[in-house]
Design a protein around this ligand. Structure first.
Ligand code: HEC
Length: 124
């Protein structure tokens, strides 16, 4: 009995560690599947779309070295969980005439949340 208990206590942190990794992988996968064609999360790595490094808390259209549309620059939006969620759900709904095309939005709230979790984790 005592040995069983010891084993249980030892195994507990392992279980938690594995759960954390699983969440990260699912979030990264959601980003890779939906956004990575156009966006990198590496700092300064602008591609078809701007680098999304540090995007949470940033003013829309302010990433250096990327030619944003006027619409995005003048939107007055600062990216937070709520504005990101609305933008990813329906970019034209939040900021009309933006250049994030032909991306039309992700209907599934769970997928959007995973992507936002990934952006919030702000990997290098
Ligand atoms: C087809 C290419 C493409 C895809 C796919 C795409 N984007 Fe974009 N994204 C862009 C472009 C281009 C812009 C710049 C838009 C503008 O200037 O109006 C942009 C802008 C953004 C911005 C504004 C950044 C800033 O600094 O203001 C965010 C946030 C963003 N994208 C998030 C995402 C996320 C999250 C996904 C995946 C769900 C995604 N994008 C998928 C091309 C894309």
């Amino acid at each position: 009995m005592r040995r069983l208990l010891d084993f249980g206590l030892l195994a507990l942190p392992l279980v938690f560690a594995q759960a954390a990794v699983a969440v990260d992988e699912a979030s990264q996968e959601a980003f890779n599947n939906n956004c990575r064609t156009c966006h990198s999360w590496k700092k300064g790595d602008n591609r078809l779309g701007p680098s999304l490094h540090g995007v949470v808390g940033r003013k829309a259209g302010s990433a250096e070295g990327f030619g944003f549309s006027q619409s995005l620059q003048k939107s007055g939006v600062t990216w937070d969980e709520d504005s990101l969620d609305r933008f990813i759900a329906n970019p034209e709904g939040l900021i009309p005439n933006n250049n994030m095309k032909p991306f039309t939005g992700i209907a599934d709230a769970g997928t959007r949340k995973k992507i936002i979790d990934f952006l919030k984790s702000n990997p290098d």
